[in-house]
Each structure stands twice: as C-alpha cells, then as structure tokens.
Design a protein around this ligand. Sequence first.
Ligand SMILES: [Ca+2]
Ligand SMILES: [Ca+2]
Ligand SMILES: [Ca+2]
Ligand SMILES: [Ca+2]
Length: 421
Amino acid sequence: MLNNSIHSNRGDGWGYGVAVGREGFALIKGNRFYKNRHDIASSGVRDSGYEASYNYFEGAGDSYNVDVHGGQDHGWTGEDSHIAATFTYIHHNIFDNIDPDHPNIKLRGIPTYICLIEDNIFKHSNINDAIAHNRNITYKENIFAWNNIYDWNGSTGNYKGLYMSKNWESSQNSTTYLPFEDNELMTYRLGDFDGDGKTEIFKSIKRDGSSVGEWFIAEIPTPNNYSDYRNWAWQKINSSNKTVEQLGFGDFNGDGTTDVFNANGKDWYISFGGSSGWDLLSSNTTITLNKLRFGDFNNDGKTDVFKANLEGWYVSYGGSSGWERINSSSKSIEQLGFGDFNGNGTTDVFSANGKDWYVSDGGNSGWQHFGTSGETINKLFFGTLRSTGEFGNQTNIFIKNHSYYQIAESPSYIWTPLIFQ
Ligand SMILES: [Ca+2]
Ligand SMILES: [Ca+2]
Ligand SMILES: [Ca+2]
Ligand SMILES: [Ca+2]
C-alpha cells in the first residue's frame, strides 16, 4: 500500500484504512491517513505482520491509529491467546494527533517475533500515552520502542526513552540510555553475541512455574527485509536462572563477541557469547554487580571491571586479572560516571561535586576540570549521542530538566535542549 490518501472509514467495529487479514505480510508506506476508526489493523495471527513506514497519521478517528489484534480477539485459549502477530515494524511515521483515550499504537498480545517501534514522531508527550500493550497480557514481551521523538509540536519535539545505536561496540558507552519513561516495555541488552558483526537483542525469560530460565537472542529487523519473516525466531542460546538485570555484559576476552558476566557474591563467572556454560573468571570476589562498573580502561579491546572502595580505584583487566589499584579517591562508585569523555579509546572516570565537573583520563590520571555545572552526579546520564541525533566517539552528558532532555556536548559543555530538528 504505497503513497495513498486513505480516509473517512468510519464503520462501527470495522472502519479500517488498511487491514491485514489472516496470515500474510503487507508493506504500508508513504500514505496519509485521516478520519478512519483504525488507520491500520492486522489479524495478529501467527505468521502475520506488516511494516508501516513513512506514513502520516493525521487522526480524527476514534480509536488507535495502528492496531495489532491478539489471540484473545479470536477466542483462542492457552498460549495462542497471547499471540499478537509474528512481526510488526512501525518506523519513520508521524503521529500528528492526540486522543486522550487512545494511544497511537496498540498491541493486543505478544508478538511471536518482534514488534519494533523506532524513529517515529509522536505528538503524545511520552511513551505511555503513545504506545499501549494489552493490560490482560501478563508478559510484556518482544515489543521494543527506541529512538522515537515525543512531544512533537509540528516542528520540534524531544527525544525521550531509549536512544540506541545499532552499530554496537563492546564499549559500554555506545548506547545512550536517556532517562526511561515510566513504562519501559521490556528489559533487554544489546550486543554481538554470535560474532557476526551485527547486533542482536538479548532477553531472559523465566515463566511462572518453570524451574529454570532461558536466554534468547534475535536479530534486529531492518527495513524492507521481511521476505522470509516466517522463519525469524528467537534463538535459545542458554539455560539460566539469571535474568538480564542480574548480569553484566561486555567483551571480556576481546574476541569481538559480547560475553555475559555473573558476579554471584562469591565468584565471577563468564559465559562466552552468552552461549557457553559458566567459566570461572575470578574466584573469591564477593563484590556484587551493583558495585561494579565496566569499561575498557587500558584500551586493549577487552572489557575490564572497575570498583571503588572509598580509598582508591581498582581495575580487574578483562575481569580475569587480580585487582590493580589505579588511583586514590575517597569517592563511592555511585559518585562516579564512566565514558570516553576525551575520545581517545580509554574509558574515563567522571565526577561532579555540585559545582564543577572533573574527569580522570583512563581512571589513572589526576582530576582534570572540564566543565562548570551545579548538577550532581545522580541527575546525570552519559552516552555518545550528539545534539544532532548522530553518534560520535566521545561521551556527552545528559540531564532531564523538567520535561526536556538537555545535552552538554564537547567542546563547550553548555546545556542545550536535545530536540528533534
Ligand atoms: Ca551478531
Ligand atoms: Ca567475547
Ligand atoms: Ca581492557
Ligand atoms: Ca578516554
């Protein structure tokens, strides 16, 4: 469905601009929609889906613009009752309407593969108002929303939620986690777990009643690449009761694949590529994940582990060397930020004392003053996103100031609104 003007479908219970019935896949691109009950709907059955891109949703309907039915709508029971299509990809659209009773996008179940919502512009002010998931579904799974603009007023809007790069690098600062909206759709990590140079999504699932959880990876969809979408599936790579939130991620052996790190309060273990069994990385290391930070402090391509114990900083190179003391400092780990602030490849350590910002290059040099700001560390976020929306190789600093995100960018580090232009 290309380059149409689709409007004035008001049917009660129907009223679809475009409907994808039963199995099948549609490309719905470059259309203008207005005064439809739903602009786009799909059956949501297994092996169904659509890609909706570069459309303009003007509104003046009386329900969700974009809708994916779920198994419950078909009267299915059991596992199939939760299905909402195999693959739905909603990208580069403009949703230029606010209906207080209806989000723009509604998923009535769990996609068997993925529903990816990226690079869209929403007039709604946040993800909760723009995207909805069926509240009767227990698991919010396989729905991802990132790199979207909210609060669009016709010319400018604001990045909110998660902004991520598909060009994953093993260094932790390659993903910009701007402050999450309240309703993050699901918890996951990104990395190149199979070493093919492309990013996968990593998720952990532990069902109610299951004795052991599972880890899965899936490729991130790209536009116009859906010819064999029926064959796309989450690939199980391991069994473990550890969930995403309980694990560290990085390339600890420097072979180009993202590894999974487990600090269980006694020892450290690593699963190479997330698919091998646990290998003992370091024994008698009681420090837990929440007190550790990851980065490449010596720029050798291997992710290192960092701790601060109120008298000094320590690094375990690749997570496998003994702790090496790299600096003296009375700061706690929570008082420190991490990123490559000077763009030389090493992870640096950042501090904000409520008056000034300081960086220790590679964590082993003295504090260098690099900005004046009254903001304290707990208000700040770090990432390589630039104010243009592009990714650089240097870490910048972000803050949520009222409803707007602001960026302090090299070299001036003056707060400017992070807005869509
Ligand atoms: Ca990969
Ligand atoms: Ca690796
Ligand atoms: Ca390293
Ligand atoms: Ca650096």
